[in-house]
Ligand binder design. Sequence first.
Ligand code: HEC
Length: 259
Amino acid sequence: MTRWQVLATVGLFAALSVAPSARAATDGPAPPSIEFSFDGPFGRLDRAAAIRGFEVYRNVCAVCHGLRYMAWRNLAELGFAEDDIRRLAADTLVLDGPDDTGEMFERAGRPSDPLIPEPFPNAKAAAAANNGVAPPDLSLKVLERGAPYVYGILIGYEDPPEGVDTGASYYNAYFPGSVIAMPQPLWGEDVTYADGTAATIEQEAHDVATFLAWAADPSADERKRMGLRVLVFLLVMTGVFYATYRRTWKPVKRGDDDL
Ligand code: HEC
């Protein structure tokens, strides 16, 4: 292995480790430029923001958007204690059944119940209630489009320009095609944050995008930490192998340069 090969190997590993984990789709307007704590290989989830985002999601978005893959017990990953999770879940009513008589019944929630229950009985009912477009499940939206896209949609409502007829829908500068069936969900002060943060539209949009980034990829931090450990290991091993190589071949090279 020449010095260049060693350098190329190290460079390749470095490049791979910095590659973005979420690839945003490219169609539609460019999302606003906003930085998130979890950007890049050294970025980590801002848990406080994710918890505030959960408050926003629960109080505003949950009316229309499900979150299929998250159960109450997943909140442990955001630092919630088991007891608190049990108590929070028990404060909700869950439709269960049918029981032995064929009736559905309501019971207190459990940690294994969905964090956000499906808001509509079926897709047709969801569409009928929302200008003919069913609100999509947002579980994986950040993986699909990136957190800045979600942020952009939430702050992107404007009066339609002259001559644009949005019908029963709305004008949104960051939505592909600009006409969106979702009415503006955030206006500022939609929630009162438990940690005292001022609930401006931008803050709420940032927090709910952070929450959705966590929901889409809860183990991202762990993976990045592991990736860095692997990278350091590989760098050290590359150095060790290179040193060994030099020692092994040194006498041979010194003896005959044409070898
Ligand atoms: C009154 C119902 C309603 C509420 C409340 C609501 N949404 Fe929506 N949302 C919709 C509908 C309907 C669509 C589909 C819009 C379309 O395709 O024209 C949508 C679309 C979206 C999209 C774009 C999805 C895509 O496929 O590109 C995002 C992101 C989104 N909503 C996020 C949120 C967030 C975050 C909240 C809470 C702050 C929220 N929504 C609250 C009804 C709602």
